[in-house]
Design a binder for this molecule. Structure first.
Ligand SMILES: *[C@@H]1O[C@H](CO)[C@@H](O)[C@H](O)[C@H]1NC(C)=O
Ligand SMILES: *[C@@H]1O[C@H](CO)[C@@H](O)[C@H](O)[C@H]1NC(C)=O
Ligand SMILES: *[C@@H]1O[C@H](CO)[C@@H](O)[C@H](O)[C@H]1NC(C)=O
Ligand SMILES: *[C@@H]1O[C@H](CO)[C@@H](O)[C@H](O)[C@H]1NC(C)=O
Ligand SMILES: *[C@@H]1O[C@H](CO)[C@@H](O)[C@H](O)[C@H]1NC(C)=O
Ligand SMILES: *[C@@H]1O[C@H](CO)[C@@H](O)[C@H](O)[C@H]1NC(C)=O
Ligand SMILES: *[C@@H]1O[C@H](CO)[C@@H](O)[C@H](O)[C@H]1NC(C)=O
Length: 396
């Protein structure tokens, strides 16, 4: 299905001439959809986005996509919900199609994966409902092999007993050196830390970062400046961003010095009841931090179906500029995410496009972004993807 927003101001310096970009979208409908985004040079008002391929190989509940672009490999986690979860590997083709290489049952509830270790031969998973962290060898992507796992418990529920009934690892990400895997745990108010063994794909758990009680750490983003390593942690329950300086201790552990904690809408700002913060991303030029905030219903915007005059409700994407010496964030803009529940979004390498997955609206939108100012400018394209959209990534 193709939907285009009406003309706005032309932006001639936009994307490279008549560029076509592929994106992959995961949905709880049980699909991975490949989209083809075309932005004609000099006429961004006629950008188009088409579905060119669909795969059902990730099983019932695709929750996250991890692309190893140089190797043309795509990994998809199936959250599983009632059955075990699974992980699938695919070869990506230039025509947008995916060829499934393997599928392996894993602990329940994987919601995030990251490539790690020597040769990029490891894949680390965070399991939300399975309260676990686990790793796999992808040395042969056609023969995924389990490596290590840990399952966690709580002696008593956290401050938010409903959401913190058990540990809930929510993301697996690497530090800038690739020597550590970090796993924000929403249920346990921790960021778990795993040191990757040099030259290999095995790991050892080391001291975690203890986050604020009841905050519900969800995702994080790193920034390495000339003199510092900074980590920005977004917490779903508290709707905060916490800035840390990361220290590389001589005993091969990480230390964290808290620099500040701020609302996801910026210093001193409150969020509407029912808000739950979701994604956090540093832009490719490392000058801006962008977060998504769900359940706000804080904007009404024109319908993406131009023949429909009923406005639609939208949550928010919030952009901040980063001060390199202090790590401080300055609020730049709050912009409509293009619908409800922006669970995940991606910024392309050029920094001029943001793709947003709207979980509650079965929609993906593409937003034009000003690389210099960090401001989101307008909706370029929108398309329907059946089911609850869980992730959208650029094929680059
Ligand atoms: C994407 O769309 C453009 C413009 O229609 C077309 O030239 C290109 O072949 C498409 N790419 C794929 C992989 O289908
Ligand atoms: C988790 O690791 C243990 C060994 O620590 C192993 O016995 C078990 O099979 C693993 N579970 C999964 C689901 O990989
Ligand atoms: C727990 O978190 C949810 C949001 O996920 C919120 O709606 C609820 O009010 C919180 N409960 C408490 C006791 O803070
Ligand atoms: C590692 O060193 C840090 C900083 O000196 C210290 O706080 C931490 O307790 C040490 N951890 C272990 C496991 O020795
Ligand atoms: C128009 O948009 C509204 C809001 O998304 C929707 O509820 C309604 O079904 C749409 N009407 C038509 C005719 O598509
Ligand atoms: C990094 O530290 C050096 C030496 O202290 C200093 O000269 C430089 O200005 C610092 N750079 C930044 C970006 O703060
Ligand atoms: C960073 O923010 C803190 C308050 O959180 C303020 O005291 C400090 O001056 C700021 N630093 C810079 C360089 O803006």
């Amino acid at each position: 299905m193709l939907k285009i927003l009406g003309a706005g101001l032309l932006s001639l310096q936009l994307v490279t001439p008549s560029s076509a970009t592929l994106l992959y979208v995961s949905s709880y409908a049980g699909t991975i959809t490949t989209l083809n985004l075309t932005v004609p040079s000099g006429d961004t008002s006629s950008a188009s986005i088409d579905t060119i391929s669909t795969s059902t190989g990730c099983a019932s509940s695709p929750s996250w996509l991890t692309l190893d672009y140089p190797k043309s490999l795509l990994y998809c986690t199936n959250e599983g919900f009632t059955t075990p979860g699974s992980i699938s590997s695919f070869k990506t083709n230039n025509d947008g199609s995916l060829v499934q290489l393997d599928q392996l049952d894993v602990i329940l509830g994987p919601v995030s994966a990251v490539v790690f270790g020597e040769g990029g031969h490891g894949l680390a998973l965070a399991h939300y409902s399975g309260s676990s962290f686990s790793t796999f060898s992808t040395a042969d992507p056609s023969a995924l092999a389990p490596l290590q796992n840990q399952t966690y418990t709580l002696s008593q529920p956290g401050p938010n007993a409903t959401r913190q009934d058990a540990p809930h690892p929510h993301q697996a990400l690497l530090d800038p050196t690739g020597q550590y895997i970090l796993v924000p745990d929403l249920g346990a108010d921790l960021v778990r830390v795993f040191r990757v063994d040099k030259g290999g794909i095995t790991w050892t758990a080391v001291d975690p970062l203890v986050a604020a009680p009841g905050s519900g750490p969800r995702h994080a983003a790193f920034l390495r400046t000339e003199n510092h390593t900074l980590m920005y942690l977004i917490s779903e329950l508290a709707n905060t961003i916490t800035g840390y300086e990361v220290l590389y201790n001589s005993n091969s552990t990480l230390g964290f010095t808290k620099l500040f904690v701020t609302s996801t809408h910026g210093e001193g700002k409150s969020v509407p009841d029912g808000t739950s913060a979701a994604e956090i991303t540093l832009t490719p030029d490392e000058k801006f931090l962008v977060v998504s905030s769900r359940g706000e219903n804080s904007f009404t915007i024109p319908n993406f179906d131009s023949s429909n005059s009923t406005e639609i409700v939208s949550d928010a994407l919030i952009s901040f500029s980063v001060d390199y010496t202090s790590g401080n964030l300055t609020h730049v803009q709050s912009y409509p995410s293009g619908g409800r529940f922006p669970r995940q979004f991606s910024v392309n390498k050029a920094g001029n496009l943001v793709a947003v997955g709207l979980q509650s609206d079965s929609r993906v939108v593409i937003i034009e972004r000003d690389v210099k100012t960090g401001v989101l400018k307008r909706f370029l394209a929108s398309t329907t993807v059946a089911g609850e959209v869980t992730a959208v990534i650029f094929n680059e």
